[in-house]
Design a protein around this ligand. Structure first.
Ligand SMILES: C=CC1=C(C)c2cc3[nH]c(cc4nc(cc5[nH]c(cc1n2)c(C)c5CCC(=O)O)C(CCC(=O)O)=C4C)c(C)c3C=C
Ligand SMILES: [Fe+2]
Length: 416
């Protein structure tokens, strides 16, 4: 057996199939010839690096997100040790999964549950990224980490109109797993939960589909569940990422250097009410044309909106309450955020028969206080979109910088 087969999910599957079928020799011959055949390189995103993958990475099609709470009850030093062990185990597992390998630690005697739950055997990583963030609650008295809490990790304020479910909000640690294969993204979240049993419990989770943002100029702009192109004026270039997304040397906490702050908002969208609205009204809500994505002031999708333009009757062509006018950098002192949203559906609401669906809005930034919070204060007060949406879940997480080859997530946070 080649090394490739010893470590790849595909190898494990092939071996398993051979054992079950009882035709090991034939299958292994087939394996041998398969291994020798030229194969297409699987789509993989490097796990290690100065910055975590899954932030600036070209956005994948599927999301599995989960927030976990630690269940430790020792002294701060003992709890830190438990957290450190968890993060070491999780890092090794996440690294392996991103490389298309099974979760390490298989007990070959078969006297323990399999190290890997198995549903992704035979699947390629499909650009899997696994990104970690730490919530404000991790800096309470349990771990003795209060002095390491960054000022930018200030609790989010209450916003007008939100109706947050605390059971679907917050959490000590959050994991964002993105892949072009939904099984692979889910597998990552599930296996981290399993490995953490006894130290963490999952607090809330969300699956997302049909990315509703583009984080690279090479990607076509996708659509949200209201049928509009979403991500047209997202951040797409490295220089703007450096300025608005990644934490620089000026941070108050060294462990956050090259990290970023993630704000997650689960936003319910009233799809049935929206679908009854006239096309011109829908377009006025966003300030863009539905089919082309162009601003209401004309041109094509990527043309600059003209916020000063007026209709013949003197009213602004992009209405004062249009989502795009309110959120645009031109009208917010230049402020930008990196949007990495996904559409979601949780089925239907039994009491009304309406779809329970919306946008799982994820955004990354250098400092949420002057970025997400400033924008959301304005949007929550004036956005025409508010008639159709409600924020129902929320989380804020400090995502540290990336890991080197022999490092684990959060190593510099936990260094004494
Ligand atoms: C606080 C930040 C934002 C929230 C919350 C938010 C929710 C939200 N947005 C859409 C759909 C669209 N948003 C668009 C643009 C846009 N949105 C934000 C911020 C938030 N959106 C920004 C910063 C921008 C860019 C503004 C600009 O510079 O022009 C658009 C237009 C197309 C685009 O540029 O992406 C759409 C469509 C929904 C449906 C939603 C909540 C459910
Ligand atoms: Fe938006």
């Amino acid at each position: 057996m080649t090394d490739r087969f010893r470590t790849s999910r595909r190898g494990l599957l092939t071996l398993g199939t051979a054992a079950v079928a009882g035709t090991a020799a034939g299958t292994l011959t087939a394996c041998g010839s398969d291994a020798d055949a030229p194969t297409e390189a699987p789509a993989m995103v490097a796990f290690g690096g100065a910055r975590q993958a899954g932030i600036a990475t070209a956005q994948q099609d599927r999301l599995a997100f989960a927030a976990y709470d630690l269940t430790v009850d020792g002294t701060p030093a003992q709890n830190r040790d438990a957290l450190r062990e968890l993060l070491k185990t999780w890092t090794a597992a996440a690294r392996a999964m991103c490389e298309g390998k099974p979760v390490p630690g298989e007990n070959k005697l078969g006297t323990a549950p399999p190290a890997d739950t198995g549903e992704a055997f035979g699947s390629k990583p499909a650009n899997l990224t696994v990104t970690i963030g730490f919530g404000p609650s991790l800096f309470d008295q349990r771990f003795g980490l209060a002095a390491k809490r960054p000022a930018a990790l200030a609790d989010l304020p209450k916003f007008a109109g939100e109706n947050l479910d605390t059971e679907n909000s917050n959490g000590d640690v959050a994991i964002q797993a993105c892949s072009d294969d939904p099984m692979v993204a889910f597998h990552a979240i599930r296996n981290l939960a399993r490995l953490g049993r006894g130290t963490v419990v999952m607090r809330w989770s969300q699956l997302g589909f049909g990315r509703a943002a583009s984080t690279s100029a090479k990607q076509e702009t996708p659509r949200n569940l209201f049928g509009f192109k979403d991500g047209t004026r997202n951040i797409h270039d490295a220089k703007t990422m450096d300025r608005w997304v990644f934490v620089g040397a000026d941070t108050d906490q060294k462990w956050m250097r090259d990290g970023s702050y993630l704000v997650a908002r689960k936003i319910r969208m009233r799809i049935e009410a929206w679908d009854r609205d006239f096309l011109t009204d829908q377009q006025n809500v966003f300030g863009r044309h539905k089919y082309t994505g162009a601003p209401l002031t004309g041109g094509s999708e990527f043309d600059k909106p003209n916020f000063a333009a007026k209709n013949p009757d003197g009213s602004p062509t992009i209405p004062v309450g249009a989502h795009m006018r309110l959120a645009a950098r031109e009208n917010n002192g230049g402020v930008q955020i990196l949007r990495r949203a996904y559409n979601y559906t949780d089925g239907m609401i039994a009491s009304s028969g309406e779809l329970d669906a919306g946008l799982f809005f994820l955004c990354y930034q250098r400092d949420p206080r002057s970025q997400f919070v400033a924008l959301q204060r304005k949007l929550s007060a004036h956005d025409a979109l508010n008639e159709y949406i409600t924020h129902v879940g929320s989380g804020l997480y400090a995502c540290p910088g990336g890991v080197g080859d022999h490092e684990y997530w959060g190593q510099s946070l936990l260094a004494d």
